[in-house]
Every structure is written in C-alpha cells, then in structure tokens.
Design a protein around this ligand. Sequence first.
Ligand code: NAD
Length: 412
Amino acid sequence: MSQRSKTVAIIGQGYVGLPLAMAAIAVGWKVIGVENSPSKHEDISAGESPVEDVPSADIQSGLANGTYRISNSVADVKEASIVVICVPTPLDDDRQPDLSILKKAVTDIAPHLASGTLVINESTSYPGTLRDFIAPLIEQRKSTPEVEVHLAVAPERVNPGDVKYHQKNTPRLVGGIDEHSTRLAVDFYSTICDEVVEVSAPEIAETAKLLENTFRLVNIALVNQLTQLCAVQKINVHEVIEAAATKPYGFMKFTPSVGVGGHCIPVDPMYLSWWAERNGDKASIIDRSDEINLGMPLYVASRVSELVSGAASGKRVLILGVAYKPGVKDVRETPVTALRDDLIARGYEVAWHDPLVADWEGLAPVDLSWECDVAVVATAQPGMRVEEIAARGIPILDCTGIFKELANVVRL
Ligand SMILES: NC(=O)c1ccc[n+]([C@@H]2O[C@H](COP(=O)([O-])OP(=O)(O)OC[C@H]3O[C@@H](n4cnc5c(N)ncnc54)[C@H](O)[C@@H]3O)[C@@H](O)[C@H]2O)c1
C-alpha cells in the first residue's frame, strides 16, 4: 500500500476533527490534522489537547511515532487518499446558516486534491450541501478537469463529555454522491466504527443529522414551556416529569433548563428552518421552539428576582456553572450569557463561578466565598460545591433540578 492510500487528512482539529484523528490513528491510519487557528495549532504541536475528550498523551504519542502530524497548510491534503472536513458551520447575526468557513475550507483544499481522493463532509449543514454547495466548488477549483474526486457525507454525532458513547460505538451514517463514493466512505468508517449505516443519498444523512438535533430542541422547548405553565399553577413540574417517565414506552424524559447551548442544538435546527423557508415552506415548530428556549434565560432571571427581597440595586447574584452543559469547559452559545445580561439589565451585580471554565468572555470567575444575596445554579458542573453556598443560608435557584436535597434550594 502507498503512503497516500494509508493517509487521511482532517480539516479542522476541534471537538469533531481531533477525536476522529485519534480514532483513525488507533486503527492504523496516518493522520494529517490541518488546523488554521494559530493558537490551536501551537497547542497541538506542543502536545497539548484543546479538547477535553482527547488526552494530551494520545497526541504526544502520535506526534512522537509519526502517525499524527499537525499542519497549517491545506496543500498537505495532496498526501492523503481521504480528506475529512470538520469545520464550524455556525449561524450569522440574523441566525441564518453561515457557510463561509466551510466554503473557505473547500475552496482552499480543492486545487490540492489528487485524483481518486475521497472528500467527506462531517460538518453539519442543510440537506443538499454536499451536492449543491461542496461538489460545484470542488469542480470549479480542482487543479485539472481530469482530477476525479469522490464525495460523501458522514455527519458527526460526537457528544463531548460523554464517557459511554464515542467514535467506535456510535453508529455512523454514510451517504455518498454515487455508489463508488459510498463504498469508499463505508470502507473508511468501517475501520473506525463498530456499525456503519449506509443510506441511499447524502441528503438522507444530512437531513437525519438535523432531525436528531431538532428532536432535542423541540422536546427541550416543550418541557421548558411546561415548566412555566406549571409554575403559575403551583404544580411541581419535576414530579410531573418523573410521573410521566414511568411509562415504559413512547416517552423520553427531558428536564427544565436555562435553555440550550453549544455548537449543535441551538444551531443545527435553524439550518433546517432556513432550508424549509428557502423552499417556500415553514418549519414553524422549530421556530417556536427556538423562541421558547431563547426566552428561558429571561424567565430564569425573573425567578431569581422572586428570591431577592426588595429592589435589585445593590443586590448580588452568583451564577454557578456557565458552560453550556455539565462536564465541559465549552461556553459556545451558552444560554447563561443571556441570563447574566438580563440580571445585569435588571440592576443586579453579577459574578460567576465554574470549576471548568477559567475565562468567560474575558472575565475571570470568583470563588465560592463571594458574598451574594442569591445564587443560581445554571449548569451542574462536577466538583462545584453548591452545598457550601446552601450551608451559608443563601437562597439558591437550581435550574438543573439535581440539588433538591439541599437547604434553601428552589428548583426551576
Ligand atoms: N462539537 C460537537 O459536539 C459537534 C457534534 C456533532 C457535529 N458537530 C459539527 O461538526 C462541525 C465542527 O464542529 P466542532 O465542534 O469540531 O468545531 P470546532 O470549532 O471545535 O473545531 C473546528 C476547527 O476547524 C478549524 N478550521 C476552520 N476553518 C479551517 C480551515 N479552513 N482549515 C483548517 N482548519 C480550519 C477551526 O480553527 C477549529 O479549530 C460543525 O459543523 C458542527 O456543527 C459538532
């Protein structure tokens, strides 16, 4: 086998690309990790992992034994038979899909692709992205018309911080643009994953990925709306959810929260909504769910106010846990930002504490001894000693529902 046929290049070494790189190395691939963020490139070059789920030791051993190389040059894709794209696909300021990063990655790699290369898109996007967006870009930019490029979609399902499900035991959806591309992509993922699910077209894989995350968005919104309705009628929503969850089929438990955050749940469904609108339709259930979840931080701020006696001026609120979910340091799209902003707008002095987050939008955390009138648990970070606050007699609004045994705790 040639070096090229054993080499995979992965564009983007973040939460998706880096775990994939390590999983590929573990089964015998040589990996070139292409990363254009200077700080991330520097960290990885020094053997420091920027991703919680990837131990630095794995990077260090890959760098040392030559199975892993970190590069900041897209031209290196010429050395690979497979190129996997794992770059961000965010929303713009109007909450519309922003494919500019994906466009740049595809445009940059296209002239360097050797004939016969399989390009796989793992970045989440709307149905038709591979066929209508990526394929034409590669066609326009490849070095000569004779270069043959195979194309497939394999949406990533990684759940950062999850110790049970990872690359190997999470079934992988694969849809190629033609039969040969599908075969090549299935063969690749079969080396890494226990189960590869071949679908009939890239659009099936792209839409399935959006359905998975939209399912979560809608159900989170449903329970968040029910929480507000029950609070007015003095019905304990937690007891309601536990009662419903005793049904052994047809129900999945979701719990109240400050809202949704991270790179996926608040973002991906909007790609589906945008796609529907572009096609002259309306995904109204997505739009309404988005509104309900975006409104949650404001609702939580109003519940904080209920725990503070008198005017907001001069009162101090401590936010506990600012990452978008427990067990990670990731603050991207965290709904806690909107909660903090609304509390400040109401006149409170606000500080935050999170054992996993060292810096949040340029602001440093305070320690638990910070004097406050009320605390709000936004994210249940492991190692966060909420009981110390409770022991000081400070009222606590718990948005996670897990500190019900502590004194002075009111659940959302
Ligand atoms: N994070 C998750 O849990 C998750 C799960 C499933 C799917 N996804 C999807 O996977 C994609 C990537 O997400 P992520 O969380 O890994 O993002 P990330 O920001 O953690 O990593 C992406 C990396 O790509 C790099 N990059 C951007 N353009 C580049 C280029 N032209 N060349 C080289 N490097 C480039 C960035 O610097 C960054 O380090 C997104 O579409 C996301 O929606 C993410």
